[in-house]
Write a protein that binds this ligand. Structure first.
Ligand SMILES: O=C(CO)[C@H](O)[C@H](O)COP(=O)(O)O
Length: 226
């Protein structure tokens, strides 16, 4: 997985048909998704439950691009090897999920994955200031994590601070929550390059009408690049 700052659209399969993940992943990739974003929730760190390592491993053969796994779980460290075995390319842990994020990021890289760190809306950019050489991606939450379809919270000032702090390091800034053709240009202008979108990609489409996913992805990308 090489680094570049071009805009990448990462549909969140939290908004896919839960009875049909394999075909949904194939459909979004055929329709232009750059990465596939997988939201892992534990009903403890966030008030919702999704899937664990066995399900993520079952998604893997369907993902031909980048499998971007966002852990909204606490603790993280006992599960790092399981997500490496499941085939995650990027594994992101929340800075709020435990006292030893430094160790967590080292362990993710040691397990052969790219290491991501996520920040809730209430957490300042400075929380990752000492982690910049240990991380490949900073995920800025623009909703309080747990559910798709929430209203975008403006984090553009935080994104700008992070882009400045990152300097010329090869670190992606990913935005997660409420990304659509209206909000995408705001976050890209502030310095983001990976856009996670659930509702705005899957709305109106299905595996029987995958061209809707393609139109939705194109609209987000066009707005982001405008
Ligand atoms: O991490 C998430 C929620 O915690 C989802 O990825 C995020 O909310 C995307 O969904 P939407 O685009 O519908 O806001």
């Amino acid at each position: 997985m090489s680094f570049d700052r071009s805009i990448k659209i990462a549909p969140s399969i939290l908004s896919a048909d839960f009875a049909n993940f394999g075909q949904e992943i194939q459909a979004i990739e055929a329709q232009g998704a750059d990465w596939v974003h997988v939201d892992v929730m534990d009903g403890h760190f966030v008030p919702n439950l999704t899937f664990g390592p066995a399900a993520v491993k079952a998604f893997r053969p369907h993902v031909k691009t980048v499998m971007d796994v966002h852990l909204m779980i606490a603790p993280v460290d006992p599960y790092i090897d399981a997500y490496a075995d499941a085939g995650a390319d990027v594994l992101t842990a929340h800075v709020e999920a435990g006292p030893h994020i430094h160790r967590t990021l080292q362990a993710i890289r040691a397990a052969g994955m790219k290491a991501g760190v996520a920040l809730n809306p209430g957490t300042p950019a400075e929380a990752v200031a000492h982690l910049l050489d240990l991380t490949d991606l900073i995920c800025v939450m623009t909703v309080n994590p747990g559910f798709g379809g929430q209203k975008f919270i403006d984090m553009t000032a935080k994104i700008r601070s992070l882009r400045e702090m990152i300097g010329d390091r090869p670190v992606h800034i990913e935005i997660d929550g409420g990304v659509d053709p209206t909000t995408a240009p705001l976050v890209v202008e502030a310095g983001a390059d990976v856009l996670v979108a659930g509702s705005a990609v899957f709305r109106g489409g299905s595996v029987e009408a995958p061209e809707v996913y393609g139109e939705n992805i194109r609209k987000i990308r066009a707005a982001a690049n405008a």
